[in-house]
Design a protein around this ligand. Structure first.
Ligand SMILES: Nc1ncnc2c1ncn2[C@@H]1O[C@H](COP(=O)(O)OP(=O)(O)OP(=O)(O)O)[C@@H](O)[C@H]1O
Length: 341
């Protein structure tokens, strides 16, 4: 029997035009296997409503055609159901699609849907908000807010925001309760990862797995400008867990209390919450079309890494110049002192 698929397309995700996508679906999708329809979202939150209706009608697969925001809106409606999630990555970050190593090429992503390999994977919940990639608070929630305020989409905006705001952000104090007890952390950010990356191949939790039944918790302690180059390199080299400013552990759930209400984000979507934040993992709670040929070793850093490296190289050369200048001044002082003597 044929499976039915609903493609939910977010026309404003990412930066590329979506006009050609319905034609490509018609051309590539295996009509022997599938009946399909395509619907555009009209407003933020619409994908959640459409996907919920589709699930209630018993639709076999709902495909999110968009970025992590669209994936989140679709996926939250079909958790714990027989309806599976497909992804055609068209966003600016595409963190979940990249983690799953789905093709970024739309035609190839449709070919993968034709193969229809479905696995049950984990997802998380932060204060009643499901997330599939990462959630967090502190600097990354702040950046999510800045990004959504910016109104433009695309990696360049994201990079600009990170670079502009990153170096002035103030760390907060968090009380973290998990299965092993309570610890106080002064932190720049706390991130909980179901999948390994924020998007754009920026790896916050290089070892995170969507089928281990655990969240990877990353606590980034305050750092100064001299630590920043190494942290940025580690984010893209998938070695962040080895950095001395980073504490990582795995857990099924945790409770975080902070001094005052503040922002959290789920899959990059910012929202205000109170002092208390509950985060938990639901094991194998969502069916997802995966890439049976995924080769994790092929995950590559990208342009964002280059932008970070450029910025921090600039800072490094400024620092070197300052050091050089201060050495000149010291030498000059010494020379003058010798003269006076
Ligand atoms: N028709 C629409 N008009 C305005 N906003 C929409 C519409 N449809 C969906 N949205 C909102 O657009 C937001 C951004 O979409 P999405 O996250 O898919 O793209 P992105 O931000 O470019 O990609 P990524 O999250 O991968 O960086 C979503 O949070 C969604 O709520």
């Amino acid at each position: 029997m044929k499976k039915n698929i609903l493609f939910i397309m977010n026309p404003i995700s990412g930066t590329a035009r979506k006009a050609g996508i319905p034609g490509l679906i018609e051309e590539r999708l295996d009509k022997e296997k599938f009946d399909y329809s395509v619907v555009n979202t009209m407003y933020a939150g619409h994908a959640t409503e459409i996907a919920k209706e589709a699930k209630e009608k018993g639709t076999d697969i709902v495909v999110a055609v968009g970025g992590d925001g669209t994936v989140n809106e679709v996926a939250r409606s079909i958790v714990q159901s027989g309806t599976a999630l497909g992804i055609i990555p068209c966003g600016s970050g595409n963190g979940l699609a990249r983690h799953l190593m789905l093709p970024m090429d739309i035609g190839k992503a449709i070919n993968l849907i034709n193969r229809c390999e479905i696995h049950s994977l984990d997802y998380g919940i932060i204060n009643d908000n499901p997330f599939f990639c990462t959630c967090g608070m502190g600097f990354d929630a702040f950046i999510s807010m800045k990004f959504s305020e910016a109104g433009k989409r695309g990696p360049v905006t994201y990079i600009e925001n990170v670079l502009r705001e990153g170096l002035k952000y103030r760390p907060e104090t968090y009380e973290v309760h998990d299965e092993n007890g309570t610890h106080i952390h002064k932190a720049f950010l706390i991130s909980c990862a179901n999948a390994s990356q924020y998007g754009n191949n920026a790896y916050i939790a290089p070892q995170a797995s969507m089928s281990d039944g655990l969240l990877d918790v990353i606590i980034m302690e305050p750092f100064d400008v001299l630590d920043a180059p190494q942290i940025s390199i580690d984010i893209f080299n998938k070695t962040l867990d080895k950095n001395s400013k980073i504490k990582t552990f795995r857990t099924k759930k945790l409770h975080i209390r902070r001094d005052r209400p503040g922002l959290i984000h789920y899959d990059g979507d910012p929202t205000m919450t109170g002092e208390d934040v509950d985060i938990s993992l639901i094991g194998k709670g969502i069916k997802v079309i995966v890439n049976p040929c995924a080769d994790k070793t092929k995950r590559q850093p990208n342009m964002m890494q280059n932008a970070f490296s450029d910025l921090f190289n600039d800072l490094h050369s400024i620092r070197m110049n300052l050091t050089k200048q201060s050495r000149h001044i010291q030498a000059l002082n010494q020379y003058l002192l010798n003269k006076i003597k």
